[in-house]
Design a protein around this ligand. Structure first.
Ligand SMILES: NC(=O)c1ccc[n+]([C@@H]2O[C@H](COP(=O)([O-])OP(=O)(O)OC[C@H]3O[C@@H](n4cnc5c(N)ncnc54)[C@H](O)[C@@H]3O)[C@@H](O)[C@H]2O)c1
Ligand SMILES: O=C(O)C1=N[C@H](C(=O)O)CCC1
Length: 233
């Protein structure tokens, strides 16, 4: 498979290594200074760039009929436009806030727990995410996905960074050197607490998931997510 890497930072480099190990070829590496590029030699593109660059990169791929996987977070105000563009060009597109298998299992566990807790008003819910100090967006895309999963099953109406109202899920975002990504959901009552945590030990899991998604999307048309890729019900 001929892969274009859109973003050659920490994730782009981790993806390159895994893609080469799995027998793929990197035909294009785009980073901040490569404004004009020809994507059409690639079988698939993988975008891990910047919140400000992702939508433009994704649009270029879709307009040129190159299937695109995006893991960039913090650009979702344009997600619906990307979906429209994908449908208009009969392209193929996957965005995931987190490509690791472990987090995608954790997403399911989070919803299952939220459902069980939905009528137990004695428990207060809160969320914490911890990432490395170079991270540009807060809360993390993964924390937003987790909060959306909880909102489906509770009477809370929104998530909120830091101070939250009674109908909101409070999210605390911490930035600590070298932390690849830790997410905790806490239900606290006067008598006890229940906590679930996912801890990434490195970027390997994200990178492997992105390459697996790129392998999976070849030959397909439409907008998909990691549940489709991993066949999680
Ligand atoms: N979905 C996931 O599983 C997952 C996992 C890790 C990181 N991320 C997200 O991926 C993104 C990248 O993370 P990272 O740790 O590699 O960051 P990084 O800062 O190390 O790399 C981003 C790279 O994008 C480059 N860039 C700037 N402008 C660009 C442009 N116009 N086109 C292409 N590249 C451009 C930067 O120069 C930089 O090298 C972030 O949004 C992060 O939140 C997602
Ligand atoms: O390193 C990052 O940046 C990460 N971003 C994603 C997010 O915002 O959830 C996934 C975890 C790592």
């Amino acid at each position: 498979m001929k892969i274009a890497l859109l973003g050659y930072g920490k994730m782009g480099k981790a993806i390159e290594k895994i893609a080469l190990d799995r027998g793929h070829e990197i035909v294009l590496k785009i980073d901040k200074d490569s404004s004009d590029y020809n994507i059409s030699d690639a079988d698939v593109a993988i975008d891990f760039s910047l919140p400000s660059a992702a939508f433009s990169n994704i649009s270029t791929c879709l307009e040129n009929k190159v299937p695109v996987i995006s893991g960039t977070t913090g650009w979702l105000e344009n997600y619906d436009k990307a979906v429209d563009l994908c449908n208009e060009h009969k392209g193929a597109f996957i965005y995931a806030s987190n490509f690791s298998l472990g987090v995608n299992i954790f997403f399911q566990l989070n919803e299952y727990l939220a459902k069980m807790m939905s009528n137990l008003s004695q428990y207060d819910i809160s969320m914490e995410e911890i990432h490395h100090t170079q991270k540009l967006d807060a809360p993390s895309g993964t924390a937003i996905s987790l909060a959306e999963g909880i909102l489906k099953h509770t009477d809370k109406t929104a998530w909120k960074l830091d101070e939250a109202g009674t109908n909101e899920i409070p999210i605390v975002a911490k930035r600590i050197e070298n932390v690849p990504g830790t997410h905790t959901i806490n239900y606290n009552s006067e008598v006890d607490s229940i906590e679930i945590t996912h801890t990434a030990h490195s970027r390997q899991g994200f990178a492997l998931g992105a390459v697996i998604a790129a392998e999976w999307i070849i030959g397909k048309t439409g907008v998909f997510n990691m549940k489709d890729v991993l066949n999680l019900s």
